[in-house]
Design a protein around this ligand. Structure first.
Ligand SMILES: Nc1ncnc2c1ncn2[C@@H]1O[C@H](COP(=O)(O)OP(=O)(O)OP(=O)(O)O)[C@@H](O)[C@H]1O
Ligand SMILES: [Mg+2]
Length: 389
């Protein structure tokens, strides 16, 4: 069964998804706002549109008549997805999931209020005036985020009263929502963070990957490793929460469910209804299927008999340092000599400061200290520099 898949968003995660889909003989149209995006390089066809424009989205859907719509990013006019679903198109994982997860208010209230899942204490504010009362109630330090944003955009931490106005302005300038409202969350003193890749199948139980540990800077991940070193009780608690949230959102596909691990247990943070950037560590062959292969199988309704840990591994990001065109890499021959390692270079047509241009991967046999892999991946990434022609 060859399906036509409309991939909305064509970054590095989309590229790996397309490769997984192509290996299963599927047909993919990759969409993004600019030409030459990573997933377009490997897809059957591509389209360049503004995905926040509902009419442009409608046109592309009408033109290609896909069997499946696979969103790769959040910044899409997801309200239209309900309509596509009614037309009989399979929206991945579901229209509700894509729509809810792009709005922090929808997903947070669903988790905390409807499902009773433990989250950081939080409130919303719609004006600077309201911020003062909300911050007092939540307490300092607290984190402020626009309701619609990703990769840490528009986020800041309030440590003292003077930060309140700054945080409001930062959020206002970077959010992509229409409302301008923000969420104010108590700062969670976590000992570590994990992503629990969770797979909802069409006909089969919800499956979990071994947890992935990661380090974040400026709202973006820097290194990730699998398995994360956390207690069995914490894994079990995270799995229970992930199962509840994903079942409530419905559909089939892989999710990246983010948790803070604290001394007194697990706190739910948020989730992506799609492969997660920290999950690129699975490209090191840490599992029998990468997160992209799992996503592909799940959305096509192919059974996933089991998910097994095959190796321990780590990934580290290769970042650009300035804005420019025609980026290229220096130092690859030094990084590539490491045994038990690999690289992914995304082929992005432009660079900007802190933009992720590639990753390094390191792995070893089960039983090896995973942080040896983290150190190696970091060492390799440090040898590679992004330059511009
Ligand atoms: N309440 C909090 N307490 C402590 N740290 C936080 C809190 N909220 C966010 N962070 C830190 O900021 C990072 C990014 O936050 P979050 O995942 O909410 O942002 P995001 O913009 O949705 O990012 P992405 O889309 O890349 O996942 C978290 O992984 C964590 O390191
Ligand atoms: Mg996050």
């Amino acid at each position: 069964m060859v399906k036509k898949i409309l991939l909305l968003g064509s970054g590095e995660l989309g590229k790996e998804f397309v490769i997984a889909a192509q290996r299963l003989g599927q047909n993919v149209v990759a969409v993004d706002s600019h030409e030459g995006a990573p997933a377009m390089q490997v897809a059957d066809l591509f389209e360049v549109i503004d995905m926040l424009n509902g009419d442009a989205l409608d046109k592309v859907v009408a033109k290609h008549k896909p069997d499946l719509i696979v969103p790769e990013i959040e910044a899409i006019r997801t309200e239209r997805f309900y309509d596509y679903e009614k037309q009989g198109i399979q929206v991945v994982p579901s229209a509700k999931a894509a729509n809810f997860t792009m709005d922090r208010r929808a997903i947070r209230d669903l988790a905390a209020k409807d499902l009773g899942i433990r989250t950081a204490k939080y409130l919303y504010a719609g004006s600077l005036e309201e911020m003062y009362t909300v911050v007092e109630e939540v307490g300092m330090p607290c984190v402020v985020k626009p309701l619609m944003s990703s990769s840490g955009k528009g986020q800041s931490i309030i440590k003292c009263e003077a930060d309140i106005e700054k945080a409001w302005n930062i959020a206002g300038s970077k959010g992509r929502g229409d409302s301008g409202d923000v969420i104010v969350e108590a700062f969670v003193k976590f000992t570590s963070e994990i992503t629990l890749l969770t797979v909802s199948q069409k006909n089969g139980p919800t499956l979990f990957c071994p947890p992935i540990g990661h380090i974040q800077e400026r709202g973006d991940y820097q290194q990730s490793w699998q398995p994360a070193v956390i207690s069995d009780a914490d894994v079990k608690a995270a799995q229970d929460m992930a199962r509840k949230v994903t079942q409530e959102l419905g559909g089939a596909g892989l999710w990246g469910v983010e948790f803070f691990i604290c001394e007194d247990g697990v706190v739910f943070s948020e989730l992506s209804p799609r492969p997660h950037d920290t999950g690129m560590v699975t490209l090191a062959g840490t599992q029998n299927f990468s997160e992209f292969e799992l996503h592909c199988r799940a959305v096509l309704g192919l059974p996933i008999p089991e998910i097994t840990l095959e190796r321990v591994g780590a990934s580290a990001v290769i970042l650009a340092h300035k804005e420019g065109t025609n980026p290229y890499f220096e130092g690859l021959e030094k990084a590539a000599i490491y045994p038990k390692s690999d690289l992914r270079l995304f082929g992005k047509p432009t660079s900007r400061e802190y933009r992720r241009m590639g990753i390094t991967l390191a792995y070893n046999s089960i039983g090896t200290d995973v942080f040896i892999c983290v150190d190696q991946a970091k060492e390799m990434a440090a040898l590679v520099t992004v330059k511009n022609k």
